[in-house]
Structure formats: structure tokens, C-alpha cells
Design a protein around this ligand. Structure first.
Ligand code: ADP
Length: 852
């Protein structure tokens, strides 16, 4: 088999990036060969064909049209592939076209805005083992921000959880490490030698003045840098000095708790807290909001600063809406800064920078002299709208014409542009002079890519063409000619255009380089704008969803009045969500909540945890009032799920999660347990759940919310004054149960399993059989334990108040009769109307409002 030159060229380029899929430009297509072609066919769903390179050299091939490149790149990157893009570097001619790899892309090394998800960090993570530690370093190459940290190597669960939270797009690690960590993205092994010495030297030379990094972290950063150097060295220019990941003052939330509370499901089509809060106007603002949710705080002062700022924005509507207006439409300043640092910024991006800096100035103008709270004042001071840079960009770049740079910037360039213009004018003038010379009124000058400039004469006049006309092309109705003078002018234009392009590139690179000096300032401004955007979003939600500022202190109190679950509330019709109170204190830090399925137990548990979480993000909370003693960690164990991949049953998972809680919870923690002990026999379940609750009360002392089906557990409360028993209020009606979703004192009598089965539409025959034959007693629906507050109770109480309020001495018999009629009507409505209890109360409120 003969290896043709083209094949040889391909194999050579492929050897430069053996672990990348090579997209080999051939004319209008990017072709992939051999194994890459198979991969492309599978991942992209494109047709697999083959191509012959010389006799007998047929290889598999798959191709994508050049204009659809970005779409396919995105799919490759999403599937985790590393890609090398090879372009044609010379014009096609007789000889083999020159080709070279111009870009290498992988999921974690993208800086092209067209390939990035705007509202999300895009992290490249490196993992390196060093003795008993694992070093981790991560960078968002689209902004240049880099952090590192070390974790114990033997805690593979903790490592996996941390990596999961970072949610990296790509992970790399030295080939020689064989770490067994459960990560969503496979670790890409890379080759190289890294020693602590060489890593430290590398870092001190690259980041002079940067805090010394301890070995594990230093190695991880060094691996990160090596990986970028191999393929995307330009990205290193945007790399900021690595910062140690701050764990001090940050609340840890395990992965399961984040999922249970639906904080950030990282999916567009699921309702989560991030989706609810994300009223940001810019992509960096959305990313900042995500970071705020990733890192709730433990420090009361830091939280107070955020809350002050939000309170100011909530209270000052013109300020809030002025900022919203100024922020909307601003482009991604963080990523623009990185593109300038790497030198990759296109002219359109520089113009976008100028525009966004103008926007930054508008944001500053809104805040300046108006904002009073410390955080907003500081952020305002951080904004530098860089007027000099803006005017430089506006002065040099020619927006709207076909030329890159304006005239007046460089004399040499001006002269070239002038020469080009002269020759173009000369050619235009030729149209007139040649018409006169030949007498052909329809003669015209034209241009096409293949022949350049030409003179065109219609077929009818072709005999009138002068002798010095050289025929170039014959069309059906016309002939095209050139003349020596035309050709001369054309080649001058071409030569000048080439010189202009070179000079433009040089001047443009100089401009970008000089803008590079301002990258740090642009980054500070970008960071300030992102934070302002996130704060305005939190304030907007606070106003629209009627959130209140929580009072934070160092007690272990948890008092919530009128608390709501912000996500469930939004899914229900307006006004249907029933707010609930919560009171936990030193004396009684534990609540055992009983009630049937579907009564609102887990909604309440999550709601309390979410309110605490939001408070420690520094946000207002969905409640009328809240006083929260700061929590060091929120633990949750909610819902049943198998971990089949790891061969763990529901019960095993439940016990593992419970064990983690019992080991790590402190008296400052908030523990939320929903139905533990369900995955096993009732007897064992009650026994285990009971022992867990006792341990939490006696040993840990954490604020604890515990929901259960088991009535026996709630009875612990009777013997222990540190435990309160609560239940979900239920109203029994002749036509069935009504869940009032109110949390009230008491212990639910029974689980109403059969009633729920009936509500769910299980066939009557099945329900009857269950009632009579399978041990379920045939007793009537059990009554709910005393003291539930039903809607009808509320109405009755209000009417009683009204009765007492009547001034008999000043009431005519007729008026009294009317009042009686009205009371009767309200009482009937309360007890008979088959409308929901909430609707009833709303109707009551309306009536009261009308009466006022
Ligand atoms: P449980 O945990 O007791 O089985 P859930 O908390 O899952 O019950 O609640 C079941 C449904 O009841 C929820 O999906 C929601 O629609 C509704 N619900 C729960 N709490 C409330 C509330 N406070 N106000 C109105 N509806 C609620």
C-alpha cells in the first residue's frame, strides 16, 4: 500500500495530538479518518463513509461541512472529547495544501464564547496524589480564575462530593496516579513528570509575589499548567494567580442535601432554587449567584453586609429598577477580559468591551451618591469604566465599514488605504473612459473572485472590442475582457491590500496588547458588576415573593413565622400555599412531626431548611419573620433512593446517610430527617429511628426536625420536654379528608393509608378487601387527635369575636336579624362548602376587607 502525501500529512498531524480527534480541513469539509471517523459517526450521528488514499489505501471517513462546525464541536465537547482542528494554511493549487493544527479544544479549555454556556462556570480540574493528600486545582479558562485545595486521600467519599459540587467540565490527572474516585466525568490521564521542586519553581516564576502554595496544591496547579501548555498555551496568558479555596467561614453542604433541597439541579427544565432566584441580567451575574449558593456563609458580619445591601435595594425601588435597567444587555465582561489577556479577542469583542464599559459607567452613575450601605458603596468604588480605553477602541476600530482600523491611526496605513482608494477610483473611472473610447454605452466594469476586475460587453457589441482587450470569459449574453491598465491597477490593489492586512494585524495586535495592561482593572470592574447583578436579583425576588430580612444571631434559636416553601409555593395557584410557623429553641430543639402521606410533612421540613440556607446565603427569606441562630451545617435525609450502581439498597443508603449525620452534626447544626427506618421491618424501623432521635437529643443537641409515620416515635415527646410533637392538620369531611397543610401541636392518630389509597383512585373493591381481610381493622376513619386548627375553626372563632363586638344598646332588631343571617351563612359556608380551606379563608378575608 502506498501512503500518499495527503495521508502522510494527516498521520503526522494526528501524531501531534494523539489523544484528540483530528478534524482535517479538506475544502468545504472537516474530515475525520480511521477510529476518529467511527467515533464521529457514533457521537454526532453522521454518516460513515470511506476514502481512498492511493491504491488500496481505503480508510473510514466521516465529515462535517465547515459552516456547521460550531454545532458539531459543541456536541463533541458535551460528550467529553478533546479535539484538534486542522486548517488549510495555503491556497489550494497544484501542490499539496499546507495544513496545521490551529486550535485544540476540550470541554474544560474552551474560551470561545460561541461554545460556552453563558450562565455557568466552565471548569478544568486537575487531581494529583501527594502522600496522604490529594491536591486539586481548577480554573475557568474563560475568565482565568484559578483556585486550589488539598484533601485527605483516604476520604474518597468526601473527594467525590467536593468534585461533584465543583461540577468540572473536564478532569485531568497524572497517568501514574490511579485514584479511585467516583466522578461524573472520567479523569483524563496525562503524561509528564512533576516534582514538588519543579512545581514550586514554576509557580514562583509565573506568579511572582503569590503566596507560597503547599506541595499537593502546587503539584495540582503545575499539572493544570502542563495540560494547558500542551495544546492551548495562549490560555495561560489569562491565568490569574491561584487562590487557596476558602473553607473558613463557608458552610459545607453535602451533595445529597443540595439535591434534597433542590438548590441547583443544573438543569433547565427542573424547578430549583437557582431558577427561582436567577433574576440576574448578565451572564457573570448568573454565575456569581451560583457561587453564592455554592458557598453559604457562617460569618454574621459578612452576612449582615449582604443583607444590608439587599435591604437597601428592596427599600429603594428607583435604585433597584435603575440598576436592573443599566445592567440588562451588558455583555460578559469577565470573559472579554480573559480574551484580551490571551490576545484572542476579535475586533467585535473589543467593540463589545467598549460598549460594556459604557454600561458599567451607567451602573456606577445609578449607584453613585445614592447607595448608602457599605457593600454597595465598596462595589461602586470598584467600578472603573476606563474612559481612556473606550475612546481608544472607538478611535481605532472602524465599526461599520469593511476596514478593520480607522484612518489617522498610522501614517503608513493611511497611505496604503489612500493608494487602494485611488486605484479603485481609477478603475471606476475606466468605465466612463472606455465607454467613450469604444462607443459602447452598456460597457461596465465588474469584479469576481476568480478573474478579478474585468470589462464586460454584451454579445451584440462584441465586435467593437478594441485590439488591446484581452478576452477572459464568455457568457451566454456577454464577453468579459481585461486590459493591461486594468490588470496593473488590480495587481497594485492586491499588493496594497496584502500590505494593509499585515499592517492592520500588527497594529491590532498592538492595540490588544496595550489593552492587556488594563485586564486587572477590567476584572475588578467585572467582579463588582457581577455581584451587583446578583444582589439586585435577590432583592427583586425578595420584593416579588414577599421575602423578609432574617434576624441572624449566635443563639441556637430557630423561629420562623409564616414560613413558606418558595418553590412549592410558586407551583401552586396564588394564595393556595399555607404558611407555617416553626419554633425551635435551646429548651426544645427537636420536633417530631407526624401525619399521613401527602399532608405536607416533607414540604415543611424542606421549607425550614431552605429558609435557613437562604438566610446564610445572605438573602431575604420566604417568611413573615425569622430569627435564626447561625447554623454550622445543614444535614438532610429525605426520600428513599437506591444506589444500585454501588449495590446499596434503599435501607443501606438510608443508614449510611444517617451515620454521616450522627458523626458530623454538632449542637449548631440543623438536622432534617424524613421517615428514617422505612426501608426495613416496622419493628426494626421504629427501634432504629427511636435510637437515632434519642442520640440526637441527648448527645448532639442539634436543632432537629424529624418526620415520621410511626406514632410510637412521637410519644418520645411525652417523656422528654426537649421534644415537641407536631402534626399536619387534617379535616375530615363526609366526602373524605382535606389536608389543611397547617402544622399544629399534637400527634396524628393514624396514617390514613386506606383513605389516601382511596383518594389516589385505587378500585373500591381493593380498598374494601384491604379493610376487611388483611388485618386492617374495619373501624371508621380514625379521628384526628385533639386541637387541630381547621379552617372552620378559624371561621367560628372570628364569628365569635364578631358576636362579642356587637353593641346591643345601639343595634336595631332588624340590624341584629341581618347580622344573624350573615353569621349563619358564613358558618354554613365554612362547614358545608366543598371548596378548599384556603379558598375559604381567602373568601373570609375578602369579606372582612369589604366590611372595613
Ligand atoms: P408528605 O411529605 O406529608 O407526604 P408533601 O410535603 O410531599 O407531603 O406534600 C404533598 C403536597 O401537598 C405537595 O406537593 C404540595 O402540593 C402540597 N402542600 C404541601 N405543603 C403545603 C402547604 N403548606 N400549603 C399548600 N400545599 C401544600
Amino acid at each position: 500500500m502506498v501512503i500518499t502525501p495527503a495521508r502522510q500529512q494527516y498521520l503526522q498531524l494526528k501524531a501531534e495530538q494523539p489523544d484528540a480527534i483530528l478534524l482535517f480541513r479538506m475544502g468545504d469539509f472537516y474530515e475525520m479518518f480511521d477510529e476518529d471517523a467511527h467515533t464521529a459517526a457514533r457521537v454526532l450521528g453522521i454518516t460513515l463513509t470511506s476514502r481512498e488514499f492511493g491504491r488500496g489505501g481505503r480508510v473510514p471517513m466521516a465529515g462535517i461541512p465547515y459552516h456547521a462546525l460550531n454545532g458539531y464541536l459543541r456536541r463533541f465537547l458535551r460528550a467529553g472529547y478533546r479535539l484538534a482542528i486542522c486548517e488549510q494554511l495555503s491556497e489550494p493549487g497544484k501542490r499539496l495544501v499546507e495544513r496545521g493544527i490551529t486550535r485544540v479544544l476540550s470541554p474544560g479549555t474552551i474560551d470561545d464564547p460561541a461554545l460556552l454556556d453563558a450562565g455557568r462556570l466552565n471548569l478544568l480540574l486537575s487531581i494529583v496524589t501527594h502522600g496522604a493528600l490529594v491536591g486539586l486545582a481548577w480554573v475557568d479558562v474563560s475568565t482565568g480564575a484559578c483556585e486550589y485545595r488539598a484533601l485527605p486521600a483516604d476520604d474518597s467519599v468526601g473527594l467525590a462530593a467536593f468534585i461533584d459540587q465543583l461540577d468540572p467540565a473536564e478532569i485531568v490527572g497524572p497517568e501514574s496516579d490511579d485514584l479511585e474516585i467516583d466522578t461524573r466525568v472520567a479523569i483524563r490521564p496525562i503524561t509528564g513528570e512533576w516534582t514538588v521542586d519543579s512545581a514550586t519553581r514554576l509557580l514562583t516564576s509565573r506568579f511572582p509575589g503569590c503566596e507560597p502554595i503547599r506541595p499537593a496544591g502546587a503539584l495540582a496547579v503545575a499539572v493544570l499548567i502542563s495540560y494547558l501548555e500542551h495544546g492551548q498555551p495562549d490560555l495561560l496568558k489569562a491565568l490569574e494567580a491561584p487562590l487557596p479555596y476558602q473553607t473558613d467561614g463557608i458552610m459545607v453542604l453535602d451533595r445529597q442535601t443540595r439535591l434534597n433541597l433542590e438548590i441547583d439541579l443544573r438543569s433547565r427544565d427542573r424547578h430549583d432554587l437557582f431558577g427561582l432566584l436567577n433574576r440576574t441580567h448578565t451572564a457573570p451575574g448568573a454565575r456569581r449567584l451560583r457561587t453564592l449558593l455554592d458557598r453559604p456563609l457562617l460569618d454574621r458580619n459578612a452576612l449582615g453586609r449582604r443583607l444590608d445591601a439587599i435591604e437597601e435595594l428592596v427599600g429603594d425601588t428607583p435604585l433597584r429598577s435603575g440598576l436592573a435597567k443599566a445592567l440588562s444587555g451588558l455583555l460578559d465582561l469577565e470573559r472579554l477580559a480573559a480574551r484580551i489577556a490571551t490576545g484572542a479577542a476579535r475586533a467585535s469583542e473589543l467593540l463589545a468591551l467598549a460598549e460594556t464599559l459604557e454600561g458599567a459607567e451607567r451602573v456606577r452613575d445609578v449607584l453613585d451618591g445614592r447607595a448608602e450601605t457599605a457593600l454597595l458603596v465598596e462595589l461602586t468604588a470598584d467600578i472603573d469604566a476606563l474612559p481612556a480605553i473606550r475612546s481608544r477602541i472607538r478611535a481605532e476600530l472602524d465599526n461599520g465599514s469593511s476596514r478593520l482600523l480607522r484612518t489617522g491611526i498610522d501614517r503608513r496605513l493611511d497611505l496604503i488605504y489612500a493608494a487602494i482608494d485611488r486605484d479603485r477610483d481609477g478603475i471606476a473611472a475606466m468605465e466612463r473612459s472606455e465607454r467613450e473610447r469604444t462607443g459602447i454605452r452598456t460597457l461596465k466594469v465588474g469584479y469576481n473572485k476568480v478573474f478579478g476586475y474585468y470589462l464586460e460587453i454584451t454579445r451584440a457589441h462584441r465586435d467593437k472590442a478594441p485590439d488591446d482587450y484581452i478576452r477572459k470569459q464568455t457568457l451566454t449574453n456577454a464577453e468579459r475582457f481585461v486590459t493591461p491598465a486594468l490588470k496593473e491597477a488590480e495587481s497594485r490593489i492586491l499588493a496594497n491590500e496584502e500590505r494593509a492586512a499585515e499592517l492592520e494585524a500588527e497594529l491590532y495586535a498592538r492595540l490588544v496588547r496595550e489593552l492587556g495592561d488594563s485586564v486587572a482593572t477590567i476584572r475588578t470592574t467585572a467582579a463588582a458588576l457581577a455581584t451587583i447583578d446578583a444582589l439586585v436579583a435577590l432583592a427583586t425576588v425578595a420584593v416579588e415573593q414577599r421575602f423578609a430580612r432574617p434576624v441572624l444571631d449566635d443563639s441556637t434559636v430557630l423561629h420562623i413565622e409564616g414560613g413558606r416553601h418558595p418553590i412549592v409555593e410558586r407551583q401552586l395557584p396564588y394564595g393556595e400555599f399555607v404558611p407555617n410557623d416553626t419554633r425551635l429553641s435551646d429548651d426544645a430543639p427537636v420536633v417530631i412531626l407526624t401525619g399521613p402521606n401527602m399532608a405536607g410533612k416533607s414540604t415543611w421540613l424542606r421549607q425550614v431548611a431552605l429558609i435557613v440556607f437562604l438566610a446564610q446565603v445572605g438573602s431575604f427569606v420566604p417568611a413573615d419573620r425569622a430569627r435564626i441562630g447561625l447554623v454550622d451545617r445543614i444535614f438532610t435525609r429525605i426520600g428513599a433512593h437506591d444506589d444500585l450502581a454501588n449495590g446499596r439498597s434503599t435501607f443501606m443508603v438510608e443508614m449510611l446517610e444517617t451515620a454521616t449525620i450522627l458523626h458530623h452534626a454538632t449542637e449548631r447544626s440543623l438536622v432534617v430527617l424524613d421517615e428514617i427506618g422505612r426501608g426495613t421491618s416496622t419493628e426494626d424501623g421504629v427501634a432504629i429511628a427511636g435510637a437515632v432521635v434519642e442520640h440526637l437529643i441527648e448527645r448532639v443537641g442539634a436543632r432537629t426536625l424529624f418526620a415520621t409515620h410511626f406514632r410510637e416515635l412521637a410519644e418520645i415527646a411525652a417523656d422528654n420536654e426537649r421534644v415537641a410533637a407536631l402534626q399536619t392538620a387534617i379535616e375530615q369531611r363526609p366526602d373524605g379528608l382535606v389536608f389543611l397543610h397547617a402544622i399544629v401541636p399534637g400527634i396524628a392518630e393514624a396514617a390514613f393509608g386506606l383513605e389516601i389509597a382511596r383518594l389516589a383512585g385505587l378500585p373500591t373493591a381493593v380498598i374494601q378487601r384491604a379493610q376487611t381481610s388483611f388485618g386492617k381493622t374495619t373501624r371508621a376513619i380514625p379521628t384526628v387527635a385533639a386541637k387541630t386548627t381547621s379552617a372552620a375553626d378559624v371561621v367560628r372563632e372570628r364569628i365569635a369575636d364578631d358576636v362579642l363586638a356587637v353593641d346591643l344598646a345601639n343595634t336595631t332588631p332588624l340590624a341584629a336579624l341581618n347580622l344573624l343571617a350573615e353569621w349563619q351563612q358564613r358558618l354554613r359556608a365554612a362547614t358545608e362548602e366543598p371548596i378548599g380551606p384556603r379558598a375559604l379563608l381567602v373568601a373570609e378575608d375578602q369579606r372582612a376587607a369589604q366590611a372595613d
